[in-house]
Design a protein around this ligand. Structure first.
Ligand SMILES: CC(C)(COP(=O)(O)OP(=O)(O)OC[C@H]1O[C@@H](n2cnc3c(N)ncnc32)[C@H](O)[C@@H]1OP(=O)(O)O)[C@@H](O)C(=O)NCCC(=O)NCCS
Length: 243
């Protein structure tokens, strides 16, 4: 895995370069962050450095090949199903100084601390880039906390609407909430919990839905350790198209 940090994948049709993040990317990442998060929600430079320093193999970014502008970023950290269940809010899940698990207890789950994107193709390129690495590193599933930006409006229409019920509402077989639908399409199909006071998000009335996605084909992990990374990378487009 030592060469992974310098591997880049370029999507020639859209001129997007996708790779692991480095400390030098922080100014571009801050510019992206400012476009999509409020001042209260956005991560600062110190937080981004901390994330990259702690888990360089779990922080990925997509950049415009021409300008170098950051188009999408994803910061992750190892977690466990128990830790996700215990967590009351996003900060509980996202903090980097939590107790490491005992040596014998290998972690198989990731928590997506933050996904930010201004380009749908760039967000997909993060998933396509990371999937082969996830298999090689032995990650089996990914949790994240999603806003439910349609919740406030839905409550205006139906006063007694419970957040848990709202998160499970469907239309045409897909989640009714636009962001839960977005994540559903990216493989995050399981609603683990719905938490009030999860993070500041006005349209969601501060609620968050904790979601889980299985890493496709991760169950065959002993096999992937032996398969060369470039071979897995060749299948990445195909597999993520099946999500
Ligand atoms: C959520 C986010 C990462 C999606 O970025 P993207 O991959 O570039 O996708 P788009 O913005 O093109 O949205 C794709 C679809 O999802 C829907 N969607 C996603 N998030 C949404 C939201 N918060 N409100 C309304 N619609 C949303 C869009 O309406 C769009 O629907 P369409 O295909 O019918 O037009 C981006 O909007 C973002 O950075 N948001 C702010 C931060 C955030 O909420 N991050 C996720 C929580 S960690």
């Amino acid at each position: 895995m030592s060469t992974a940090a310098v591997i880049s994948s370029a999507d020639a049709t859209r001129s997007i370069v996708t790779r692991f993040l480095q400390p030098a990317d922080v100014p571009a990442l801050l510019a992206l962050e400012a476009r999509q998060w409020t001042a209260r929600q956005a991560a600062d430079a110190a937080t981004m450095h901390k994330r990259i320093d702690a888990y360089p193999q779990l922080c990925v970014g997509a950049f415009c090949a021409e300008t170098g502008a950051a188009l999408a970023s994803l910061f992750m950290k190892p977690t466990s199903p128990e830790a996700v269940k215990r967590a009351r809010c996003w900060e509980d899940c996202a903090r980097l100084d939590d107790q490491p698990s005992p040596r014998h207890q290998r972690m198989h789950s990731l928590f997506g601390i933050s996904l930010t994107s201004v380009d749908g193709a760039a967000a997909w390129s993060l998933i396509r880039f990371f999937w082969p690495h996830a298999l090689k590193q032995g990650w089996r599933d990914i949790y994240l906390g999603s806003p439910m930006p349609g919740f406030r409006r839905a409550c205006e229409l139906e006063r007694q609407l419970a957040a848990d019920h709202y998160a499970r509402l469907r239309r045409g077989g897909l989640p009714l909430d636009p962001q839960l639908r977005y994540y559903h399409r990216k493989g995050f199909r399981k609603i683990v919990s719905v938490r009030p006071g999860y993070f500041p998000h006005e349209q969601s009335l501060d609620h968050g839905a904790v979601l889980r996605a299985r890493v496709p084909l991760a169950a065959l992990w002993p096999l992937w350790r032996r398969v060369p990374l470039p071979l897995l990378q060749r299948f990445s487009n195909l597999v993520t198209a099946l999500l």
